[in-house]
Design a protein around this ligand. Structure first.
Ligand SMILES: [Fe+2]
Length: 222
């Protein structure tokens, strides 16, 4: 029997996981609908990339969950920066770059619960680059958690291929080229190769993102 008052890692039931996830995502949706939709699309593509890379079902689930929350810290970025339609100044860029650590901080109270226990480092490091030039810690190569290296590819691909107020979406072919060009600098080259082979199969999956989409993903994942 566990001692009274001791904090043991607890596996949330799939229902509770789903409630926590829905609540946090709802907060993000209220604050910034673009980031909400982005997180859902990244979660789907990151899970598919994890699957194509041979990760098991549990690892795919962890990758998907980390992806859903990778940008949650944007809740803590002022509107004047988060929703700015133009280019950010160096100061604003520095504020924006605090979001991975803010994501980790928001989720830290859940650190003793599965799957959050495992995914916090993956969330913190999702803007690290293979060459060590990323943030917040400048971690390099395989020292960057695998989940983060997967998220970065799905994240960048989605950012490039969706319309923003300050620029139109790039064509898929151009986005593929960018991923290749920055392999071994920004991205894990092996994962880019897997993504490029697998992604054309996902091109037909551009359905509209709805609440139902998340719960369906979660039913599949749980
Ligand atoms: Fe991010």
């Amino acid at each position: 029997m566990p001692r009274r008052g001791s904090v043991k890692p607890v596996i949330l039931t799939s229902n509770w996981t789903s409630f926590v996830i829905q609540t946090l995502l709802q907060a993000l949706r209220e604050r910034d609908p673009y980031t909400y939709g982005h997180c859902l699309r990244v979660a789907r593509n990151a899970r598919l990339l994890a699957q194509a890379a041979g990760l098991n079902e549990k690892e795919q689930y962890e990758t998907e969950t980390a992806s859903l929350f990778h940008d949650l810290g944007k809740l803590g970025i002022p509107d004047s920066i988060l929703l700015k339609p133009g280019r950010l100044t160096p100061h604003e860029e520095a504020v924006m770059r605090t979001h991975p650590v803010k994501s980790e901080e928001i989720l830290r109270p859940l650190k003793d619960f599965s799957p959050f226990k495992l995914i916090l480092p993956g969330i913190r490091s999702h803007h690290e680059r293979i060459d060590g030039g990323g943030y917040p810690d400048g971690t390099q190569g395989e020292k960057i958690p695998l989940i983060s290296r997967i998220i970065l590819i799905a994240d960048t691909f989605d950012a490039m291929t969706t319309n923003r107020p300050y620029r139109n979406a790039l064509a898929y072919e151009i986005a593929y080229k960018e991923l290749k060009q920055f392999s071994n600098r920004q991205f894990d080259a092996k994962l880019v190769e897997i993504f490029l082979k697998a992604h054309p199969k996902w091109g037909e999956m551009e359905e509209e993102i709805t609440d139902e989409f998340v719960s369906v993903q979660y039913k599949k994942a749980a």
